[in-house]
Design a protein around this ligand. Sequence first.
Ligand SMILES: Cc1cc2nc3c(=O)[nH]c(=O)nc-3n(C[C@H](O)[C@H](O)[C@H](O)COP(=O)(O)OP(=O)(O)OC[C@H]3O[C@@H](n4cnc5c(N)ncnc54)[C@H](O)[C@@H]3O)c2cc1C
Length: 534
Amino acid sequence: MVIQKPKVVIIGAGIAGLTAAKTLYTTQNSNELFELCVVEGDNRIGGRIMTSEFNGDQIEMGATWIHGIEGNPIYKIAQEINPFESENPWECKEGKLMDKEVTITEDGCEVNSSLVQSISNFFNKMLEFSSGEGNFQDRVCREILESLKLENGSTENLSIGSFLRKGLEFYWDLKKDQENVQVFDKWNRKSLEEGVFAMLENIHRHYSSAGDLGTLDFNGESEYCNFPGDEMTIAKGYSTVIESLASILPDGLIQLGRKVTKIEWQSDDCDLKLENGGGTKPVKLHFSDGSVMYADHVIVTVSLGVLKQGIRDDSAMFSPPLPSFKTDAISRLGFGVVNKLFLQLSPSTRDDGMKFPSLQMVFHQSDPKLFHPKVPLWIRRTALIHPLYPNSSTIVSWFAGKEALEIESVDDEEIIDGVSTTLSLFLANSKHFNNSESAAGSCIKFSKVLKSKWGSDPLFLGSYTHLAVGSSGDDLDALAEPLPKRRKDGDNCPPLQILFAGEATHRFYYSTTHGAYFTGLREAHRLLEHFTMC
Ligand SMILES: Cc1cc2nc3c(=O)[nH]c(=O)nc-3n(C[C@H](O)[C@H](O)[C@H](O)COP(=O)(O)OP(=O)(O)OC[C@H]3O[C@@H](n4cnc5c(N)ncnc54)[C@H](O)[C@@H]3O)c2cc1C
C-alpha cells in the first residue's frame, strides 16, 4: 500500500512564503515527512520586495530599508550574501540623511532651519510619547493626552492625528505672541508652522501607510517595535534577500502564474466532506485557470488587502467563509496604499553637474485661495522629493493614501507636467539647484517617469498594514490563528488546514519585511511541531 505523504501548499512567494518554504524544506528529514509546493499568482517571486531598474539606476519599487540592523534577520541574510557594497551607486546609498534637506514653501521661500527644527523636535517628541519610547513623564505630552481623554478617562478610539493636532494647539499656545509675525509675503509665523507640521504629518502618513492620521490608532502605536541600530538600504537590491531564500529550493517547487481563486476547507462545525480526487486531503484549492489542487495544510501569505477583498460577499475566497473572529479582525485592521514615484531629470545631471536638492515641501494649508492653481491636488500631501543618491538624475518621492491611489491612474505626461510645474515654483529662487538653465523662474523638466501601483494590483491591493482606529494587536493575533486550531474530542475535522503568515499577522513587527519573515518561520515551525507530534 502506498502511504500518501501530507501535502503542504504555501500561497504566495513573498518573503513570508519563501521563509516558510525554506524552513520546511531544509529541516532535517522534512522531505520524508511531507510534500511541499509554493503557488504564486505573479510571474515573479518577491511580492512587495521588488528591485527594478530606471534611468540606468537600480531602484526599489517596494521595500527599501532594513529598519534597524541590530538583531534584524534581514540584515543577517543580507550580510551573509554581502550586498552592502557595489561598484554602482544605489538608492539612499548613504543612509537616511543623504544630503541635508532644504525646506522650501510652495512660493519658493526657504524656511529657516531653526523653525523647522523646533517643530520637528516637538512633533517627534509627541510621536515618541505615543510609541511609548519617549519620556512618559513629559508634562506637555501628558497634558495633551489628558485633554483628549473621554469622560471615563479612556483613550479608546483616539487617533494619532487628533493627538498631533491637539499638540499643535498647545505649541501655538506657548508661542501666542509670535503667531502673527510676518515671515514671508504670504506666510505669517502661524501659517508657516502649520505648513511645516503638515509636512511632518505627511512623512508619517507614508511611514505608517495610514492615508489620514485621523484613522491611525493612538493606543496601537505603543506596541509597534523596531530593531535598534542604523537603517540601511541594500547595495545589490532588496531582491537579493529573496533570491537567497529561494536559491535553496529545488526547481519546480515554486509554481509561478498560479493564482488561487478559492480555498475550500472543512470547518470544525461541519461534517468532513472529502472528495474522491483529494483522497484524505481536506483542502481544495481552485486556480484562475480552472485547475484544482488538494492539500492537507495551506499556508496563506497573501496581503491583508487581498484578504479584505477575499471576505467580500461577491469574492468568497474561502468556502465555508472564515469565522467571524477572523473576518472582524480583517475588517478592522488598516491596509493603506503607499507608492513610490521615480522621475528622470532632463537634462541629465551627470552631463552638466546639476545637483537636485533633498527637498522638503511646505504647502499652504488653511486658505485654499493661496493654493497655486497649477499645482495638482495629488502632490499637495507629498512631503519629500530627493535624488536617488547624491548627484543622481533619478528623483524619487513617496505618496500615501488617496493621492497614492490617484497617481496610479494619472498618465505619465500629466505626472511629468504636474511635478515639473510644482518643483519649478518651489525651486524658483533656489540657490540649491544651481544650474544655469534652471536658474530662477525657469522650468524643471523630466523626460521619463515610473511609479509603483500597489493599490490597484489585484495581488496586493495596498502596501502595508497599520492599526486603524478601533483595531488592536489582538486583531493581528486573531489573523495569525490557524484553522481549525486543534482537534477536539470526537471531532473528525483535521486540524491546521489553513495557516496564516505575512506581515499583517505579526503583532509587533507588522508592515515590515522582518515581520513577514518571522511569520513564515512561525507557521513552518507550527507545522513541524504538528508533524512530529502526529
Ligand atoms: C512601497 C513599499 C515600501 C515598503 N518599504 C519597506 C521598507 O522600507 N522596509 C520594510 O521592512 N518593509 C517595507 N515594505 C513592506 C514590505 O515590503 C512587506 O511588509 C513585505 O514584503 C510583505 O511580505 P509578505 O510575504 O507578507 O507579503 P507579499 O510580499 O505581499 O507576498 C504575498 C505573495 O502572495 C501572492 N499572492 C497574492 N494573492 C495571491 C493569490 N490569490 N494566489 C497566489 N498568490 C497570491 C503575491 O503575488 C505575493 O507575491 C514596503 C512595502 C511597500 C509596498
